[in-house]
Design a protein around this ligand. Structure first.
Ligand code: FES
Length: 104
């Protein structure tokens, strides 16, 4: 089992490290929810609600967002350069060290 580290910027300059497994097919949204962040994820991870919006601040480069994700991101009132839907980001060894901020 391989665990990875994700850093959540809670206030500017202050990051909390959370650890997630890569062998359970979890998304970043699921890890954030399990870590008690207030993410509603009303669509259950289908890229349909955008309540799991995060801003990627630093870390490894991620696979490009798919069309569903891009369409949903476009509906957000506020978008950031690193805006992503955390339900569309899988925890894999390649996401180790990702730094995110919960948007909205
Ligand atoms: S959980 Fe609904 S878009 Fe991610």
């Amino acid at each position: 089992m391989t665990d990875i580290r994700i850093y959540v910027e809670e206030t500017p300059g202050q990051r909390r490290e959370i650890i997630g497994p890569t062998d359970m097919g979890l998304s970043l949204m699921e890890l954030l929810k399990a870590s008690d962040y207030p993410i509603q994820a009303t669509c259950g991870g289908m890229a349909l609600c955008a309540t799991c919006h995060v801003e990627v601040l630093a870390g490894p480069s991620l696979p490009e967002p798919g069309d569903d994700e891009l369409d949903m991101l476009e509906t957000l009132p506020v978008q950031h350069e690193g805006s992503r839907l955390s339900c569309q980001i899988r925890l894999t060894p390649n996401t180790d060290g990702l730094v995110v901020r919960i948007a909205g």
